[in-house]
Design a protein around this ligand. Sequence first.
Ligand code: GDP
Length: 299
Amino acid sequence: WLKRLRAGLGATSDKLSGNLAMIERRPLDDDMLEEIEDALIASDLGPAVAGRITAKLAADRFGDRVSEGELRELVAAEVERVLMRAEEPLEVTAFPRPHTILVVGVNGSGKTTTIAKLAHLFQEQDYNVMLAAGDTFRAAAVEQLQVWGDRLNVPVISTNVGGDAASLAFDALTKAWELGTDVLIIDTAGRLQNKQGLMDELAKIKRVLKRRMEAAPHDTVLVLDATTGQNALSQIDTFKEVAGVTGLVMTKLDGTARGGVLVAASDRSGLKLHAIGVGEKLGDLRPFDPRSFARALAG
Ligand code: GDP
């Protein structure tokens, strides 16, 4: 997985390098600062991060000749700072059990796969896990979760297609509670086309969970697909609004030159960054080290 992550970050790094190399070398003036800022934004780091890096350059180095290497150093330092603040693996802290995690995100983001990977991660830590197939609209989503559940030997609570997701979530929490399950992970629908409908549904799920267990859900995790670039950022705003997201998982960092979006996403949202997806297999969800990530990204 490290190799695949490096490949993804290598592509991101090449893109950053290409964007910075476009800039004509001359003593740092306002025009050049603007070009650098644009290059950083084009590398998906986001306007806020790009702005801070160029502000620092303007304050410290105005009128100097600055090499690409020095620029990359600055980028690496800023990226590391942002990720250090955000990085926080998911932990099973709830007492009494179950620690309840609601997983949200648009269809195709890697939500189902991430749920299976999380279940695997918790199993490795000797916790027992239960899954709830709360995306009751898509028969395929329920089936896919069931397949993962069978592979992991984990119970999957489901209902008929079109069934009420909130009562399913309530039933699952009740079962997990009775069985003394450590972690309950609840899948949800990802139909952003009907924002109001989705918002109502997620709000209702949260309401009924709280009826059973005041602190549930303990985490509301948004799954984002790095390859969608700027779309991932607008999804954060939407899901913060519709679901009260508490943390992020970013998937598909293995196959994209858009790794910079991880930095923009954590910086802009202020949310915890729990893990990254670096492949399609169970072991491919990883906590990450901000320093080596920053180094790999800035090259
Ligand atoms: P959902 O519709 O959000 O539930 O998405 P799925 O979990 O079905 O994932 C959609 C596709 O993305 C599947 O083919 C997954 O195998 C793939 N996928 C998920 N996470 C990753 C990842 O981190 N890296 C790669 N390369 N593929 C991923």
